[in-house]
Design a protein around this ligand. Sequence first.
Ligand code: TMP
Length: 210
Amino acid sequence: MTQIKAQFITLEGTEGVGKTSNLEYIKSLLDSAGIDYIVTREPGGTPLSEALRDMLLGSQFKGMSDDTELLLMFAARAEHVAKVILPALQQGQWVLCDRFTDATYAYQGGGRQLDMQRIQILEQWVLGDLRPDLTLLLDAPVEIGRERAGKRSEPDRFEQERDAFFNRVRDCYLQRARNDSTRMKIIDASGDLASVQQQIKTVFKALLPS
Ligand code: TMP
């Protein structure tokens, strides 16, 4: 089997686009190809970052300022990168991460309308040269996602936002994907699971060793 550099793969999308089921599908593709990998998520992925996730998503600090939210996202990310992502990649393990910095651009930049340049500065500071090798953007109209997500449990602090917020998030994700189409692949997630998986399989075919 041809050996390729450990890949850093991230999965993005607005609420209810099917990240969880498609993550399972990606795991099955990596398993079939005999890839050594870890699965992690943001915000989260270490005990400290998971504690920050609870603060960010729970209702205890419902009224936190937008800047606090942005800085906590990057604090969680700094810990996650240092303790989990970089060590795994350095050991040759692939990393499959449920959300990463594109989510900060989309939610805090697009959704909350924070200055994108400030996010860029934090990205450079916290990540240095580290960027995902591949990002799958699961895209579907906000109404479809909301309908699917609505069938699940109690909404978290982000899920309580209005459609206008999520439309800004979606637009920002799409714009980023169009500006960086080599790294970021748009997957049309509005159809059934089989059609979404077919698109994911095509993307991975180009990446996985044969
Ligand atoms: P989820 O990963 O279970 O969908 O929940 C994470 C929530 O956190 C989701 O609503 C998106 C939000 N989020 C941000 O707002 N900014 C970020 O940088 C990240 C990683 C997530």
